[in-house]
Design a protein around this ligand. Sequence first.
Ligand code: ARG
Ligand code: ASP
Length: 713
Amino acid sequence: MKFIKLLLLLFVIQTQAQQGGMWIPSLLNGMNETEMKNLGMKISADDIYSVNHSSLKDAVPHFNGGCTSEVISPKGLILTNHHCGFDAIQNHSSTEHDYLTDGFWAMKMEDELPNENLVVTFIVSINDVTTQVLDGVALITSEAEKQKKIQENMTKVSASFPKEAWQENKVRTFFEGNQYILFVTETFKDVRLVGAPPSLIGKFGSDTDNWVWPRHTGDFSMFRIYADKNNHPTTYSKDNIPYTPKHFLPVSLDGIQEDDFTMVMGYPGKTQEYLPSFAVAQIVNETNPAKIEIRDAALKVQDGFMRKDNAIKIQYASKYAGVANYWKKWIGESQGLKKSNAIGIKQNFEKDFQQKVITAGKQNEYGNLLAEFGKNYTEITPYAVSRDYFSEVVAKNTELLSLGYKLYQLEQVFATKGEQAFNDRKENLIKSQEDFFKDFNKNVDEKVFEQLIALYGNKAPKQFLPASLINADYKKLTTLIYSKSKLVDYAKFKTLLSGDSKSVLKKLNADKGYAFVKSLADNYNKNVAPKYDEINLKITALQRTYMKAQLELYPNSRIFPDANSTLRVTYGKVKGYAPKDATYYNPVTYLDGVMEKYVPGDYEFDVPKKLIELYNNKDYGQYADNGKLPVCFIGTNHTTGGNSGSPAVDAEGNLIGLNFDRVWEGTMSDIHYDPSICRNVMVDMRYVLFIVDKFAGAKHLVDEMKLVHPKKK
Ligand code: ARG
Ligand code: ASP
C-alpha cells in the first residue's frame, strides 16, 4: 500500500513537473520522449524529427521570419494566423476589394494572389557545431575579443558545412552561448494568398479580447507555396508549380477533450527563463511600469480620436493594435509575476544555487556570480529605464519623433558612409514615408507628443536628460513644433528632403521638429547608450556563466534553452484553469459564445450575417461536436510570440488546432512559467474547416486535405 502511494506521489510530481519547456526537436530522445509518452503521445521522437525520412518538422515552416505555418495538403497548402497574414491581406485590399472586411477565397489556383517579400523557411537538418564555434575561444580573456572570434568561427562553419545549392546554413546560439547549432534551411519565395475570413471572424474580439480567455476568434488564413519544376525554392513566376511537401499534416475531425495530449511545434521568438531575481525585479518594478505608462497615455489619446472620427479610426486601427498588443501583455506579465511570486521563487533558487556551488567546490568559478549580478543590475537600472523612455517615446510611439529619428539616422549615414549612401537612403525614405503620411493625423500626434514628452521630462531619470526638457512648458513646446516643423505633412517633408546632402542637412537642422529630435538623440547617445552597452556586455557574460553553472550543477533538471526563433517542440494537455478565487475556466469555447458576445454594428464584436444564419440553422455539417460547434481551446503548451500559427497536433500527429495567443493571467510565461495559470490559446481545426467549407463555400480546399477520425477507428 505504502509503495503504491509512493508510486502515485512520484507520478503526481512527474506530471506536475512536465509542464513547460520549449525543446529542440532533434534532441527529444530520452527524457522528453518518455514524458510525452506518459502524457499520451502515440508517435515517436523519430516521427517528429528525422533526417532519414519525412517527419513532422517537414510540415512546419517559419512564416516570414515572425510567425509559424504548417503544410496541410500534398499541394503545398499552408495555414497560419489571420494576424500573421494580415499584411498580405491588407496589401491586396482596396476600396473595391476589401478583403480585410469581406474575406478572400481563391476558387481556383489561378486566382491565388502572389506576394512580394513573403517567404517561408523549412528546416532541413539540425546540427550541433558547438566545438567548431568555440574553437580557440577559451584562451581569450577580453569579452569583446571572445565575441569576435566566435563570430569568425560561425562564419567559417556556415561557409563550409555541406548543403545543396538551393539551401542555406545558419548558426544560432543556445543556452546563452553555451551551445551552437547549425540549421540547414530551404526558403521558398513564391507564397500566394489562398484565403482569409472576414476580420469579424479572423480578428473577432480584436483588442478587447486580445490575450484573453474565453476566446472566440477564427484567427487563420491560408497560403500556398509554389516551387520550380524540380520542387526547389525560387522567386515568383507564373510557371511555378504547387510545392510537393515531404510531409503534410492530416487534419483530425475528432477534436480534443480535457486532458488529451497536445503538442505544439513552431518558432518561439524570445524568452528569458533563467534571469536572476534582480533582473525580474527590474522588469516588475522599473521598466514594465514605465513602458506601460507611456503606452497607456498614447493609446488613450488615439482611442479618444478614433471613437469620434471614423476616418481616424481607419488610419490608426492597425497602429493602435500594434501598440496595444504589448502594452496589454506587459500589464498581464507584471501581474502574473507578482501573483506567482516569481521574484521570491528565484531568490529561493538562488539560495539553493549558492549552496550547490559550495558543495561542488566551485566557489572560484561561480561563487561571486549572484553578487556580481546584483551589483551590475543596480548599476544598469537608471540606464535601462532611460533607454526604455527613449525608445518608447522617441523611436516608437510619437510619430513625428520616430520620423525625425529616421532622419537623424540619415544624417549619421552621411557622416559615416558619405553622399551615395545618403542619397540611396534618402530616396528610400521619401518613398516609404508616403504610406506613413496616409495614416498620419497631425492633431492626434500633437496630443500624443504633448503627453509623452511631459512623461519623458517628468519621469525619466533626470541625470540623463537634456536640461531643456526638465520642467519645460510642454504645451508651448508642442505648439511650437507642430506649427513650425515640416515633419507633419508629406508635401512639406518632400521639400525638406529635396536637393543634395548639404542643402538637405542644412534645411533639416533648421527645422524645429528635427532639431528637437536631434537634441534628444545626441543626448541619449552620449549619456545613456555607451554606459548601458558597457554594463550590458558584463551582464551578458555573467548570464552565460550562470547558465553554464546551472547546466553543470543541476544535471537532472529539465533545463531547456530560451527561445531564439528556432524550431521548438512544446507539449502538454488540454486543460482549464482557475486564475482566481472561485473562478474556473473551461478549456473549450463554442459558437454559442460568439453569439453571446455579439454586438450588432460594433467594430470588434459584430458577427457576419451568414455566420448567424448557420448558427440559427445549426448547419455545422461534419464539424460539430455533440451538436455544438467548437471554436477555441486552451492547453498547457509553453509558447510565446512567434508561435502564432503553430500547429497543435494530437497524440498521433494529426492537426487539431492552430496556436494564436496566451491567456491573460499567464503572459509572464516568457520569464516564469507557472503551470497552474499559463495556457496557450488555439483555434479548433473544426472551426477553421467549418468557416472554409460552410461559411465561405470553398469546399475544394477542404477536399485537398486528408481528414481523419483517430478516435473512431
Ligand atoms: N496577442 C497575440 C500575439 O501576440 C495576437 C496579436 C494580434 N491581435 C491583436 N488584437 N492585436 O501575437
Ligand atoms: N500572439 C503571439 C504571436 O503572434 C503568440 C503569443 O505571444 O502567445 O506569436
